[in-house]
Every structure is written in structure tokens, then in C-alpha cells.
Design a protein around this ligand. Structure first.
Ligand SMILES: *Cc1c(COP(=O)(O)O)cnc(C)c1O
Length: 452
């Protein structure tokens, strides 16, 4: 563990009200920098600490951070410094994890669709790989060299059902993920694959992300645990040595409380299957949202306000490009929004029902509908709370809006706040390049095409 980690974990917690006025004063946000993301460095480490404490009684556990929740290299490096591993699901995420400094032996590759080249690279690096299906197991059998150091597993879908949000429920009857375990003969086919391939030693299960109640997640993990025993019985010896139990601890977006906690999650596992945490299997966890969401916020400037059909609408710089799910599925992904004045201090004026809209050219680009908030005015700031995961770190490039800057913050001397640039706002030149500037003439007549 990096020496800076314990001191940060011990530091006094900071609130948005502590941070935003200083971010405004420091010029990190302003009229020409109208939206930015902020991450609470110490808060992230405290969340990691809570996760570790929840599993402290388990003899052998590797906690990996699900990179997709917040794939920024400085965040990944912080996670590595705190002793975490990393769960990745694409060639880009794998490269980010390596660049952040995770040793290959602490990286787990989980993507549902992997090319042969991606598999070969992972096997050569010694990254753990969870095959999504039995065809992928056979592919690995062909590609794997005898001296390969990758831990190899197979994802199963316990088909325990979905949670409150269909799109983040991965253990439904027809889910695209893993081997559908309750289908006729599936458990036998899985056991046969383990019998055929002595290097297959891990079972992987991830029941869902957000909206899945703890007992449902625990039921899915318990099913994988029972399967491990069945596989060993079929093989005739100890074969399954590890259980990768995924992530998916839901986050409370309604207020500041962290609920449920990682400790409650571990208790739910114990309740579903007391032997789960007894150390017979090396456990791997893959939490993302529960470590980051509540440790980040977005600040966006109110550019204009208007009235439409008797409803006040605040036009801000944070919309679907940084809170995509909230704009597209507002009932499933509500976010808390609060109002701050031009100096970054909380507004206390009388509440008014308002829509808080974003800058994109489509009507659904609204992050809060009819919300009671202090009356917003031009130059104010709105804060979108609990957006440290899957929001400004998973931006949508609709309307060619730039990815906003991201700043880390921590307590400084006295009442001060120390900021660190995690990512700069995307320069417009980069937007040009990713939209084919280098091929500007490609569709005009002339030589230089690729014959096919
Ligand atoms: C997305 C994902 C995770 C992380 O889910 P969270 O809800 O962010 O904890 C873990 N494992 C797999 C396989 C995933 O797809």
C-alpha cells in the first residue's frame, strides 16, 4: 500500500459545500469552464477501507475495482496504491489498468465478447480471464500455452431473476451473460468443461448492477458456490479453487447515507451460504459503483433560465453527455440536484418547481423534472450529486460536446482544499480528430481508396 493512503483515509471528510466555493475561487469552474467533475480522493479510499473491513475475516480475497465505473488512470492508480486489483472488460480498459500500474496477476478480464487476439494478449500477460461461455472455453483451450500463468474461469448465470432496473440485471432467464445455469443440462456441460480442462479453476457470477437487492445477489453467489462443489464431485478431485462473485452493491441516490454497506453485503452472503466466506475458495470481488458514485459530483453553470408552459426551466451545461442514464431513463436513475450561487455557496432562497436541463439538442436532455429547488438564475451552479461512477467518467459524445475536466480534491492545511487535475477538458482539436478530420477528403472522388 502506498504511504499516502493511510493519511488520506484518516483525514476529515469534506462536503460539496466545502469544496465548490474553493473550486470557483480557484477558477476550476467559471463562465468559460461551465462544467466539471470532482472526485473525493479520501472518500474513495475510505470506501475501499470499508470494503476491506467487510471481508476482513475471509482468509483469501482479491478485491478488484470494476474499471468501467471510473476508468480514469489516476483513479485506477489510486486503487492500485490502496491494494486493489482491477476488473476490465475491453482492450481499452485492459490498457488503462496496465498503464495505471496494476500487475497482470491482479487484473481480471471479463468482457462478454473477446476476439482471439484479445484472448491471446491476456493469456500472454498472465491476466485472469473469465470466459463468458463454453465456446470461449474451447477457444482458450486452443490459444493457451502450457506455461500460461492466467487464472482461468467461467462465468455462469444463476438465472435468479432481475432487480428493479432491467438494463442492469444480468441474472435473468434470457440474459446475454454467462452460461445459463438453470437451462436443461447446463450444469453438467459446465462440469464436463472443468473435467476436460484442468486449468479451468474459477467460477464467476455477477448478478447485476444497481437495483438488485442483496438477497438476490447472495442467492446467485450461493448458486455458484453449490456449482463449485458439483464440479469437484464430477471431476473427482478438487478443481474449483476460486469464486469471483462480481460487484453490484446498490448505491443510495436519495440522500447522503451510504446504504446498503459492504458489511451488509458480506452479511447477506453469510446468511445465504455460511460456507461462502470460510476460505475454501479464493474470493474475488468486482465492485465499481459502490466505491465511486458517492465520492464524486458534477458542477454545471446555469446559462439561462426561462418559463415554458408555466414551468421554470434552468438551462445548464450538464445533461445527457455526463448523466446519460438519468436523462434517458429518469425514473430508474434519479439524481439529487442542489443549487449554489455564483460564488459556489449554497442558495437558500425560496423553493420553486423547476426543470434542470442540459445543453444537448434533444428534448429528453433533462436531469431533473419539476424539482423543488431554490430559484435558479443565470450564473448559478447546479450540483449533480453521487455522480462519481458511470456519469462524467462514461460520457456520451452526442452533439460533439467535450468530455469535461475532472478534478480530485482532498483536505489541505487548516480549512483549505487541495485540487489535482485528474483529466483536462477535452480540447476541440481532439473532437475534430475523433470525427475523422484526418480523412476529411475520404468520401470525395479520387484515388486512394481501399479495394475490397
Ligand atoms: C459492471 C460490472 C461490475 C461492477 O458493477 P457495479 O455495479 O459497478 O459494482 C462487476 N463485474 C462485472 C462483470 C460487471 O459487468
Amino acid at each position: 500500500m502506498h504511504p499516502v493512503v493511510p493519511a488520506l483515509v484518516e483525514s476529515a471528510p469534506l462536503t460539496v459545500a466545502d469544496v465548490l466555493p474553493r473550486a470557483v475561487a480557484a477558477g476550476l469552474v467559471g463562465p468559460d469552464r461551465p462544467v466539471a467533475g470532482f472526485l473525493d480522493t479520501a472518500g474513495v479510499l475510505r470506501a475501499v477501507e470499508g470494503l476491506r473491513a467487510a471481508f476482513s475475516g475471509v482468509p483469501d480475497v482479491l478485491h478488484t475495482f470494476a474499471a468501467k465505473a471510473c476508468p480514469l488512470v489516476p483513479v485506477l492508480r489510486l486503487m492500485a496504491a490502496a491494494g486493489m486489483g482491477c476488473e476490465v472488460a475491453s482492450p481499452g480498459e485492459l490498457r488503462l489498468a496496465l498503464a495505471a500500474g496494476f500487475p497482470p496477476g491482479r487484473i481480471v478480464l471479463d468482457s462478454p465478447v473477446k476476439t482471439e487476439a484479445e484472448l491471446r494478449e491476456a493469456l500472454e500477460l498472465g491476466v485472469a480471464v473469465n470466459a463468458d461461455n463454453l465456446a470461449e472455453v474451447e477457444r482458450i483451450a486452443r490459444l493457451r500455452r502450457p506455461d500460461c500463468s492466467s487464472v482461468l474461469g467461467l462465468r455462469v448465470n444463476p438465472q435468479v431473476g432481475g432487480g428493479a432496473i432491467a438494463a442492469t440485471s444480468t441474472a435473468t432467464v434470457h440474459s446475454k451473460f454467462g452460461v445459463a445455469l438453470r437451462d436443461a443440462g447446463a450444469a453438467d456441460r459446465v462440469a464436463d468443461a472443468f473435467a476436460r480442462h484442468p486449468w479451468l479453476t474459477r467460477l464467476h457470477v455477477h448478478v447485476g448492477s444497481q437495483g438488485c437487492p442483496l438477497p438476490l445477489i447472495a442467492e446467485g453467489v450461493a448458486a455458484a458456490h453449490r456449482l463449485a462443489a458439483a464440479v469437484d464431485a464430477r471431476v473427482g478431485e478438487r478443481r474449483v479453487t476460486g469464486l469471483d462473485i462480481g460487484g453490484g452493491l446498490p448505491v443510495n441516490f436519495a440522500d447522503d447515507r451510504v446504504t446498503p454497506t459492504h458489511a451488509e453485503y458480506a452479511a447477506a452472503l453469510r446468511e445465504a451460504e455460511p460456507a461462502l466466506l470460510d476460505g475454501r475458495y479464493r474470493l474475488v470481488t468486482e465492485f465499481g459503483r459502490s466505491l465511486l458514485a458517492k465520492n464524486g459530483f458534477l458542477a454545471a453553470r446555469v446559462e439561462y433560465v426561462k418559463d415554458a408552459g408555466g414551468r421554470r426551466v434552468a438551462l445548464t451545461h450538464a445533461g445527457a453527455q455526463v448523466a446519460t442514464r438519468t436523462a434517458l431513463l429518469p425514473d430508474a436513475w434519479p439524481l439529487r440536484v442542489s443549487a449554489f450561487g455564483p460564488d459556489g455557496r449554497a442558495k437558500t432562497s425560496a423553493a420553486l418547481r423547476q426543470d434542470v436541463a442540459g445543453p444537448l439538442c434533444f428534448a429528453g436532455d433533462v436531469v431533473a423534472h419539476g424539482r423543488e429547488l431554490p430559484e435558479l438564475a443565470e450564473g448559478d451552479w447546479v450540483v449533480l450529486h453521487d455522480t462519481g461512477a458511470y456519469c462524467f467518467t462514461a460520457p456520451w459524445s452526442y452533439n460533439s460536446l467535450p468530455r469535461p475536466a475532472v478534478h480530485g480534491y482532498r483536505a489541505g492545511d487548516g480549512a483549505g482544499v487541495v485540487f489535482a487535475t485528474v483529466r483536462e477538458a477535452q480540447p476541440v482539436e481532439e473532437i475534430l480528430r475523433e470525427n475523422g478530420l484526418d480523412h476529411a477528403d475520404a468520401l470525395l472522388d479520387g484515388p486512394g481508396g481501399t479495394a475490397g
